[in-house]
Design a protein around this ligand. Sequence first.
Ligand SMILES: [Zn+2]
Ligand SMILES: [Zn+2]
Length: 207
Amino acid sequence: MCGKSSNDVRFIVDICEPCTIKKIQSTLPGVVAIRVCKFCGRIWSAGDFVPERKDSLAVAIKQALRQKDCMIDVLESGQDLVKARFTCETQGKHVTFITELKLKRNYEMCPRCSRIKAGYYEAVVQFRGEMGHVERMAAALQRFMERRDAFISRTETLKTGIDVYASSKKLASEFMLAWKLKPKRSYTLYGMKHGKKLYRNIYSVEV
Ligand SMILES: [Zn+2]
Ligand SMILES: [Zn+2]
């Protein structure tokens, strides 16, 4: 393609390495579109919304490019530009090059944020007791939920304590176990799904 000799450059079968790289680069689109949640900023990567990091962004780009034969390492990334190293297999050999790609961030709302916006909750944890303790436990519950990809949709401060509205009753139970709390439990019916009654758990706990 360029007239160079195999004495001067590496060849991939019958094309020199720089021309092989040019050929692969010419198949890359001018712009790579990724899905981004406009509220939490997480990106769609490997089937879920996850925090944007170099590795999750690399997976998102690989999915968008449908590049089965290339491994992608993100070196630098910004709002609308990404610098990446491509390691591609062609004719049984590997070539590596670094290239810049334009990023197009398509904004939407992730399922978790839409549930937060809708005020979704499955459990109410009513912390009662001395206010300093109550506040620390409410904060601990929030951290516990958020580390596990759940959330607190709201909190209500009352004279007697704080009510925390949590998105997962399973995690609320696990929190009680982890802190060796002995709550009084009750339930409220809030709907039906596929013929099954849906209950919200209410935990009333002295701390
Ligand atoms: Zn060439
Ligand atoms: Zn989100």
